[in-house]
Design a protein around this ligand. Structure first.
Ligand code: DGJ
Length: 734
């Protein structure tokens, strides 16, 4: 993008406005009463920033474009007021700034205050979308800061990021560089985010915002406690109505999202890399680009925000190679065989898997050298010679002959002290020489910031993929970071270790994808410990949790679907039943079919009847797969709201739909109205004027024909009774 000076932009924009009308321009810059205003419009939102007379770029407005408070009446006064209150669009440490800073630097002479003022700007396409670039500079030291806005008007969201460059002649230390900050107008707000733990990931939690700062963050590379996603709800907004702002980060290392409300009521939303215990040296001529932050607006409540996220992930984030490809039905042998794998046993499982309709057979942990339990082997990525004396290829060929692709589990970032790799390179792990190397799951973490570690892993993974017909990698990561020391690096580089690690991890996966474009990747971190947009840029799907109990899974999946679309949500049917409830095979499959289903049970022990059910359910799934994986999802009844769960999936043209309905508990006769409220199911998103047929599949009751309006306004009777019952209904516009 070529920077243009503002004066030039006005000329070109005035011409555009005259020819096409102002509303067709997603981004305009205008002069109003001597002040410069940038106006970013999406389908439903307006974002305004201004240039104050003293060269400070200030936020003016973010919210609905037709809302009552939408456009400040006197922008000049607003600009003036912002200067007085020192609210900045790109907040930095320095002067009278009072926000959570996006930029904190230390200059070579020890000065820690920045003074960033407007330099230039340009409006031009960025990667095929309308874009704005605002350039600031601190002339005393040559620091340049460019803030980027890439707009996706139909999705009501923008990608934001910052590039810092050192145009001076001495190194500058970056102590903080957030991706973006924005201000929401003063008001009453609630915060909703996802919280959790291992095996209990993606649980929604909400609370009213009060003045002060709420920080969500990761400091050990893991995001079990909260993944990087937030929703800020305006007063009165709920699941389906009201104005909601949402944000997420394209980052898988340590990250932070701060939501800061002032006593006046306005809210700052800021996020990016967590610079806790981190600093970067920017040498003369060097630049640093922050990861992207996505910020969006929904006038349709929390779920409207989730649907925009889903579309965003599908259109913009997922690797292009498989973006629109159906995700295959998987068999994964982890729950059946754990570490005890061998060729004959896996092929026997594969025979049954192929009979029930599985498309991709995955051998999980346990296949590589010395891996008989979790105490040994990580790091040595060659087939275990006792388990696979002829290597993996004969087994893969037999699995391919059964009509299935083959996939394999790896955990490249880790090493067991009991491994050839560690014995040869004990210095390759994160460590401080004077501190204990804490193991988790008997493993240590390789320091991927080191070039030799990067080279080893690229070579080991490339050999594995080159020598075997592998079409799928499950990339696991089973511990967080401790003792983040990098003793071999020069002192001034050591605190950059977490950032360089992530840069190399991304480069490693990207390089493997370029070398092996036919291989799909699944993101796993002991379940959902690293589920974020940074991973989804290079992984095709996510394993959300190690908890495969179907009722728990309904909760985990409901939370997961707030952030990510169903074609990224993998869910296997296993034999695990943590709560000992009476769960039928149909129920277990119906739960896994809410996303990308798989089978993880010991199918060798399944009865003929169970295998027959599995085959029927997988056959049904393949018919509805395009609607489930690519459709619009509405969570009509949330597991957190009662004892029933209802999901509606609609094809983009609204002609076909699927309803997945589950009971957890059948409310007893004495229950309250509130407990029984989902007895009627109101559908959403249908064409009100068209008739729809509603029938269950496999069909065992006559189809009903009802208008879209009736299904939405009057609703349809809840069709299933009893504890742990389920139904899969299909909708077809007539
Ligand atoms: C943790 C994963 O979440 C499981 O699915 C499995 O792959 C194990 N690791 C294997 O060690």
């Amino acid at each position: 993008m070529r920077p243009l000076h503002l004066a030039a932009i006005f000329v070109s924009l005035i011409a555009c406005v005259d020819s096409f009308g102002q509303t067709t321009q997603p981004i305009i810059a205008a002069q109003e009463g001597g002040a410069t205003i940038w106006r970013i419009q999406t389908a439903r939102s307006l974002y305004e920033i201004g240039l104050a007379g003293d060269g400070v770029v200030v936020p003016l407005y973010y919210g609905p474009k037709d809302g009552p408070t939408s456009v400040p009446t006197d922008r000049l006064n607003v600009v003036g007021a912002k200067i007085r209150s020192a609210i900045r669009e790109i907040p930095f440490r320095g002067g009278v700034g009072e926000q959570v800073p996006a930029i904190e630097v230390v200059y070579p002479d020890g000065v820690r205050d920045a003074d960033l003022t407007y330099d230039s700007s340009s409006i031009a396409q960025i990667e095929g979308q309308p874009g704005l670039q605002i350039n600031l500079k601190d002339p005393a030291y040559g620091l340049k800061v460019s803030a980027y806005y890439r707009i996706l008007p139909e999705l009501d969201l923008m990608q934001r990021w910052i590039v810092l460059s050192n145009g001076g002649d001495k190194p500058i230390t970056l102590e903080n560089a957030q991706s973006a900050s924005c201000q929401l107008p003063a008001g009453e707000y609630g915060l909703m985010h996802l919280a959790g733990d291992w095996a209990r990931e993606f649980m929604p939690r909400s609370a009213p915002l009060t003045p002060g700062v709420k920080t969500l963050q990761s400091r050990n590379f893991q995001s079990f406690t909260t993944p990087p996603w937030i929703t800020v709800c305006s007063d009165g907004a709920d699941e389906t109505r009201g104005n909601v702002f949402f944000a997420s980060l394209h980052y898988s290392g340590n990250w932070r999202l701060d939501i800061a409300q002032s006593f006046r009521g306005d809210v700052q939303l800021i996020g990016g890399i967590n610079f806790w215990d981190t600093a970067l040296q920017l040498k003369p001529g060097e630049t640093f680009t922050t990861p992207r932050m996505v910020i969006g607006f929904s006038p349709d409540g929390i779920q409207g925000g989730s649907r925009r996220m889903h579309q965003y992930v599908r259109q913009e984030v997922l690797p292009a190679s498989f973006r629109n490809q159906p995700r295959p039905v998987i068999y994964n042998s982890w729950f059946a065989t754990a570490f005890n794998v061998n060729e004959q046993q896996q092929v026997e499982l594969a025979k049954i898997a192929s009979q029930i309709g599985v498309e991709l057979f995955v051998v999980d942990d346990g296949w590589f050298k010395g891996r008989n339990d979790d105490h040994a082997g990580l790091g040595d990525w060659i087939a275990d010679p006792t388990k696979f004396p002829n290597g993996l290829s004969p087994m893969i060929r037999r699995i391919n002959d059964l009509g299935m692709d083959f996939g394999i589990w790896v955990e490249p970032e880790m090493v067991n002290p009991d491994s050839d790799l560690y014995r040869a390179h004990p210095d390759w792990v994160f460590n401080y020489p004077t501190r204990k190397r804490h193991e988790q799951r008997n493993q240590l973490m390789l320091n991927l910031a080191r070039q030799d570690v990067y080279d080893y892993l690229l070579d080991a993974m490339s050999k594995l993929l080159r020598q075997n017909n592998i079409k799928f990698i499950k990339w696991d990561r089973n511990r967080g970071l401790s003792e983040p020391g990098w003793p071999a690096a020069p002192r001034e580089q050591q605190r950059a270790v977490r950032i360089v690690y992530m840069q190399n991890l991304y480069k490693l996966i990207d390089t493997l994808r370029t070398r092996f474009p036919e291989v799909m990747f699944e993101d796993c971190s002991g379940g959902g410990g690293r589920a974020d947009l940074g991973m989804l840029q290079r992984m095709d799907q996510i394993w959300p949790s190690d908890n495969t109990n179907p009722t728990d899974r309904l909760f985990i999946q409901s939370g997961f679907l707030r952030m990510f679309p169903p074609n990224t949500m993998v869910s296997w049917v296993t034999d695990d039943n943590w709560h000992h409830a009476a769960l039928s095979m149909q129920y277990r499959f119906a739960v896994s079919m809410a996303g990308v289903p798989g089978v993880g049970g010991d199918i060798a022990k399944w009865s003929g009847a169970d295998r027959e059910t599995a085959k029927k359910m997988i056959t049904l799934y393949k018919k509805i797969r395009p609607i489930i994986q690519q459709g619009t999802v509405h969570q009509l009844a949330l597991p957190t709201a009662g004892d029933r769960v209802a999901l509606e999936y609609l094809s983009p043209d609204r002609k076909q739909g699927v309803l997945l309905l589950y009971t957890l508990r059948d409310p007893p006769a004495g229950s309250t109205d509130a407990e029984r409220r989902t007895r009627v199911l109101h559908l959403v998103g249908l064409d009100p004027n068209a008739p729809y047929s509603v029938r269950n599949d496999p069909a065992d009751s006559p189809e009903q024909i009802l208008s879209g309006r009736t299904l939405m306004d009057v609703g349809m009777p809840w069709p299933i009774y009893g504890d742990y019952n389920c139904a899969i209904l299909r909708l077809q516009k007539k």
